[in-house]
Structures are given as C-alpha cells and as structure tokens.
Design a protein around this ligand. Structure first.
Ligand code: AP5
Length: 216
C-alpha cells in the first residue's frame, strides 16, 4: 500500500500521516522531517536546505528526489509507505512516477487534503513540535498535557522557524504557484481521492481511512 498525501501547509498531512502509519504499519516518510533532521545535524545537505526552508521556499528538486529514492527503496519501507510533503511540484511528481516504475512499486492512493486558507494560518501559527521526537501539537486544538513538554517522550516543545506569520504567507504562495498544479497532474487518475480537511482531526482521519480502506 503506497500512498501520496498532499495538500497545503497546515492541512494536516503530518498529523494524519503519523496516525495512519501507527494504525497500519505503513512507513510514514515526511520530507520536511527528513530535511529538518539534516539541518539539525548540520550535514552538507542540511546546510544547503536551511536557507530555502527558513525563507519558506522549496529546496531544489535534485536534493529531495535523491533523498526520497534512497528512503523508499530501504528495507524498512517494504510493507508500503506514505509520502508526506513529496512530491511538491509537477517535476517531482514526474520523478516519482519514474522511480516507482524503475523499482516496480505501484501508487495505490494519491490523497489530497483540502483545507481553507484561514484555517491553515491558524493551525500553523499555533503549532508546537517536539525537539526530541518531532511529534506535533497545537496550542488550542491538541495542547500538550503539560505546557512546553511532549506527552510522548517528555521532550521540549518549540515553534518551527517557518511557522512565523510572514514565512507562512510565503509558504502559502509557494504552495499556490508550485504545488497546487499537481492537482491537474493527479486528479484524473483512479488512485486520486480528495478529502475535505476543514473538520476536526478525528473526523479528517476517518475520511482518510475511508479513502484508502479498499486498499488495506
Ligand atoms: P513540511 O514540513 O512538509 O511543511 P508543509 O508542507 O508546509 O506542511 P506542514 O508540516 O507545515 O503542515 P501539515 O500539513 O503537515 O500540517 P500538520 O499536520 O503539522 O516542509 C517544510 C519545508 O521543507 C518546506 O517549506 C520546504 O522548504 C521544504 N520541503 C519539504 N518538502 C519538500 C519538497 N518535496 N521539495 C522541496 N522542498 C521541500 O498540522 C498543522 C497544525 O495544525 C498542527 O499544530 C496540528 O496539531 C494542527 N491540526 C492538524 N489537523 C488539524 C485539524 N483537523 N483540526 C485542528 N487542528 C489541526
């Protein structure tokens, strides 16, 4: 079961992807998390990626395409994977098709999480992330039990550098210009599903499960 989950920043890709992976055993591969780990470890790639991420722009295609191919062909993704944040433009979607066919993988579902612009800003500006395990919270919609402290591992919570309001605006623009055209690329395929992601987290999760249930 191989899934692409895409949608605007703040639509809930990370939140729903982690939950689905925990429930099904599919490996969730989050491009943003991989890049943030590279930045934190100050790898050459991370140093290169940081300037783009902090500015809310896309990291060059060659960098992210290489990282994804390595990950999906690794043994731990043999039971299937869910891609969150990749592809993010039509060139990456074409590269994904190419790598899937070379490695004999199918793409069983492409799920688009559709959410309203005003909700996105509210979700992103209130997001808190765990420094240690990367789990996401929200100040109002899913607050941690103890302020500043991750429920799962006790790690320290922080606000992402790109969740400042000026960078959020830039990310939403980049989404409209570069990621939204992927809708035309995928919408005609039988694997495509569109989900209304304006609802609460549990309801959106149920819609996601319904969208893939005949495949698991
Ligand atoms: P990435 O980390 O992928 O960021 P993004 O796509 O902007 O998405 P987000 O993580 O911000 O949002 P999400 O949809 O996962 O929402 P979440 O579930 O956290 O990428 C970061 C950067 O890396 C990019 O800007 C770019 O520079 C670079 N990059 C990554 N991939 C790349 C690629 N392929 N090519 C080039 N560059 C790339 O939810 C958000 C908040 O809302 C949370 O607080 C959550 O608790 C809350 N929430 C979620 N769902 C709900 C709900 N239903 N109701 C209420 N609250 C909710």
């Amino acid at each position: 079961m191989n899934i692409v989950l895409f949608g605007p920043p703040g639509a809930g890709k990370g939140t729903q992807g982690v939950r689905l992976a925990e429930q099904t055993g599919i490996v969730a591969i989050a491009m943003g998390d991989m890049l943030r780990a590279a930045v934190a470890n100050k790898t050459p790639l991370g140093v290169q990626a940081k300037q783009y991420m902090d500015a809310g722009k896309l990291v060059p295609d060659a960098v992210v395409i290489g990282m994804i191919e390595e990950t999906i062909t690794a043994k731990n993704a043999a039971k299937g994977f869910l891609l969150d944040g990749f592809p993010r433009n039509v060139a990456q979607a074409e590269a994904l098709d190419d790598m899937l066919s070379r490695h004999d993988f199918t793409l069983d579902r492409v799920v688009f999480l559709d959410a309203s612009a005003d909700l996105l800003v509210d979700r992103l500006s209130g997001r808190l992330m765990c420094k240690a395990c990367g789990f996401g919270f929200h100040r109002h919609y899913s607050p941690p039990r103890e302020a500043g402290c991750c429920d799962r591992c006790g790690g320290e919570l922080y606000q992402r550098a790109d969740d400042r309001e000026d960078v959020i605006v830039q990310r939403l623009e980049v989404y409209q210009q570069q990621t939204a055209p992927m809708l035309d690329f995928y919408a005609h395929r039988p694997a495509f599903r569109r989900i209304d992601a304006d609802a609460g987290m549990d309801e959106v999760y149920q819609r996601l499960v319904d969208a893939i249930k005949d495949k698991v």
